[in-house]
Design a protein around this ligand. Structure first.
Ligand code: F6P
Length: 244
């Protein structure tokens, strides 16, 4: 049993002016989101641990009513409530992973998380799509300066690769995030991923079995936490929106 959360970084100063790519830091509003996010995750961790312990307690009660005592015996020095609290605390203190991209706006979003409580890692594979010659431009500027490129991307967002050194397409980002998806499915710890619009679309698209064609058009608003809840029929996605 574990928790999986995904979010875009807090609003950056480039988001405010509508510029794509770049390596800007958080805006004042982005910083507020980052702070609220760290509190939210902490609360969710505590609640999750309490729910697990209560579920276990309820199961034990059912077995007891059928005449079966759990093998694990207590020393009797602590009340059942104290024991439940201790168990919840130990679940809560178990390792929780925070992955971010290596871009400032994502790393700054994670800066509100206590490194003693979270295993924080910055990973290049989680960086935003590289728009190369279009980095730092607004969509309007791109449509004026490179009208052909703008239209080509509009026609086929999935395969369109930004021209210039390092330029990427959605397909390129799908390939570079594959190892992250494998690791995410393999690991057993709870985690929070702080990344960017394109990577979010790909990760969420994969987790919800969305077709590659649909992924580039998914709505992934800012200041929203997506929680992945595994269900027998597939993953359920819960959204938590931050209202300033
Ligand atoms: O505007 C924020 C941003 O993350 C850019 O850095 C990135 O190029 C863009 O969104 C990706 O969205 P789309 O694929 O819809 O252009």
């Amino acid at each position: 049993d574990r928790q999986i959360f995904l979010t875009r970084h807090g609003q950056s100063t480039d988001n405010v002016t509508g510029r794509i790519g770049g390596d800007a830091d958080l805006s004042p509003s982005g910083r507020k989101y980052a702070e609220a996010l760290s509190k939210f995750i902490k609360e969710q961790r505590v609640q999750f641990a309490l729910d697990l312990v209560h579920e276990q307690h309820e199961r034990e009660e059912i077995w007891k009513s059928k005449g079966l005592e759990p093998l694990e015996k207590t020393d009797g020095s602590r009340t059942p409530e104290e024991l439940m609290k201790a168990k919840a605390e130990s679940i809560c203190n178990s390792q929780f992973i925070v992955w971010t991209s290596m871009l400032k706006r994502a790393m700054s979003t994670a800066a509100y998380f206590d490194p003693d409580e979270y295993d924080i890692k910055h990973i290049r594979f989680l960086n935003e799509i590289n728009a190369s010659i279009c980095e730092g431009m607004t969509y309007e500027e791109i449509s004026n300066v490179y009208p052909d490129e703008y239209n080509l991307r509009k026609q086929n967002k999935l395969f369109y690769r930004y021209p210039g050194i390092g330029g990427e397409s959605y397909m390129d980002v799908i390939h570079r995030t594959q190892s992250m998806i494998i690791e995410l499915e393999r690991m057993s710890q709870s985690c929070l991923i702080i990344t960017h619009r394109v990577v979010m679309r790909i990760l969420l698209g994969y987790l919800t079995d969305m077709s590659q064609k649909e992924m580039p058009h998914m709505d992934v608003p800012m200041h929203t936490v997506f929680e992945v809840r595994p269900k027998p029929y597939g993953n359920e996605i819960l959204k938590w929106r931050y209202i300033e």
